[in-house]
Design a protein around this ligand. Structure first.
Ligand code: FES
Length: 172
């Protein structure tokens, strides 16, 4: 069963929003010719415009390119750059690299998961946060590390991780 506290692509949009989205999609498609090789650039542009690839748009793109929907969904799920569910505006990244791992990175990740109520790859229901893990952020001397949007936090403890998130929430 779906976790009710994380974002899913099951939102029913108000009619006006649907129309605006449709208009935006048509604008994007109008700059293409409907050729199969345009699939990836179109998906990239749609994701850039909407933050993810909404299911109804994937179907319209399939129609526009005269491709089976399964092909469009296949590409959307194959490449890590594409997101099929809405993604949180603020990205929290916790490092899972070796240097961070040996210095307690797993504890930091658990604390952040607890704090945000989501797991890596998920976004919070209010779309404020998404949580990711990374292989190394290139600041191993500061391990264990985490990044809140573009701000790197080093020598993390569970307490410092919780404080960094609280502080960030307070600033918004
Ligand atoms: S392993 Fe975490 S910053 Fe390099």
């Amino acid at each position: 069963m779906a976790n009710p506290s994380i974002a899913q692509d099951t939102q029913v949009l108000p009619r006006e929003q649907e129309e605006t989205n449709e208009k935006r999609l048509n604008e994007i498609l109008s700059s293409y010719q409907g050729k199969e090789e345009e699939l990836i650039p179109i998906l990239q542009q749609v994701q850039q415009a909407f933050g993810y690839l909404p299911e109804p748009m994937m179907k319209k793109i399939a129609k526009f390119l005269q491709l089976p929907e399964s092909t469009v969904f296949g590409i959307g799920t194959f490449y890590a750059q594409f997101k099929l569910v809405p993604s949180g505006r603020n990205i929290i990244r916790v490092c899972r690299g070796t240097a961070c791992h040996v210095r307690g990175g797993a504890r930091i990740l658990r604390e952040v998961e607890k704090h945000l109520g989501i797991k890596p790859g998920e976004s919070s229901l209010d779309l404020e946060y998404c949580l990711e893990t990374v292989a190394c952020i290139g600041a191993c001397a500061l391990a264990p590390t985490m990044v809140v949007n573009n701000a790197t936090h080093g020598q993390m403890t569970t307490k410092k991780a919780a404080e960094a998130l609280e502080q960030f929430r307070g600033k918004k």
